[in-house]
Design a protein around this ligand. Sequence first.
Ligand code: F0G
Length: 459
Amino acid sequence: MDYNFTTIIEPFRIHSVEPLRMTTSAQRASAIDEAGYNLFNLRAEDVLIDLLTDSGTGAMSRDQWAAIQHGDESYAGSPSWFRFEAAVKELFPFRHVIPTHQGRAAEKILFSVLGGEGKIVPNNTHFDTTRANVEASGAEARDLVIEEGHDAATLHPFKGNMDLDALENLLATRRADVPVVMMTITNNSGGGQPVSLANLRGVSEICRRYNVPFFLDACRFAENAWFIHEREEGQGNREIPDIVREIASLADGMTMSAKKDPFGNIGGWLAMNDDALAEAARNLLILTEGFPTYGGLAGRDLEALAQGLSEAVHPDYLRYRIRSTAYLGDALTRAGVPVVRPIGGHAVYIDAKALLPHLDPLTYPGQSLCVALYLAGGIRSVEIGSVMFGRHPDGTESPAAMELVRLAIPRRTYTQSHIDYVIEVVSAVAKDASSLPGYAMTYEPAALRHFTARFKPLG
Ligand code: F0G
């Protein structure tokens, strides 16, 4: 008898464990006060379930730890570099692969070469460091996600898609000012939403017609490829690596944070086909990151990433990964908590504007919810709203398009009972949402303010 079981289990068992430290609500109240009500300022040991980010926080596999033992720390031409380069090119066959210590280092180099005053860089939605690196070069970062991508509740299978008409219009009028078109897969700031292959083909076609380079910000490429496999007509029978290679073939290069899908605790790269651009990038790399066969990484890191890349595209893993994120999102939806839907790949995004309608966006409803989740249950989340995106290069402040609280799920790290606890905490806090206070900033740094700002509760 061939049974058809439907429970999707973790396709691994646990080999090494880390303790979690329980705290009392009095300890949490004191810790968050000391942290200036900014969860980035907490000591990680004071956090019970850490959903701040899925970046660098995943569990490495037995085979990654074994690969680390093969790390060769030769300054130049290490075998670990050649294994890493081959693993990257297996999925992303760009001519030049330039290793960096993480994604933003790749962004810094790319926009140092291509950005500058008067330039415009379009993207579906820039993530915070991408936007900051574009703006630091003097260029404008312009988000051109489709209309549905701005609305938390609208259902659309590929809410990360670029608005192709808007891109075409921009290039028709300002081609000379656009040095590169970026596409973030999946669209992190817009709810972890995927981009369809059809849309990537469309962007690629427009870019080729206007002769503009097209680069991927591909941190969560494997999750995006899984959504294409599951949701896009005609893609269900393809192997994931095959879909990834097609995505790469549509682009001229990529920036990458290997701390996400490739299961790295650190790492990234910049890749491209253009020889002159690669030469300019390598010259900058040597100034700040290191020699081109290690970038900012140790040989052992390169080994762990080469192995991680092969695990990231495994269908059993991706099925579990995407389903377990949706498990949290679906449970919160059933509990009446407004979340961005459909559920994204690496995180569930609570719509704080809808949950805390009594708060003005510039009293930071998302921040208020983040603090409340920590106080109630020791959960650390991150605000993706007016704290993160409200301050503009000209010094003005205005509300962000959405006020979101992201519960990012580290890869292979928490079990279903951890997530059941998160569901219980969020549901309880949501019931009392109307009593949560707004916040005012008491300290704000010059750039990327969300990392170090300090707050005080109002009223
Ligand atoms: N691009 C995207 C879409 C990202 O999500 C990130 C990082 C980066 C670039 C930068 O990469 O951290 O390696 O320098 N996102 C993390 C997050 C920090 O929490 O979403 P990095």
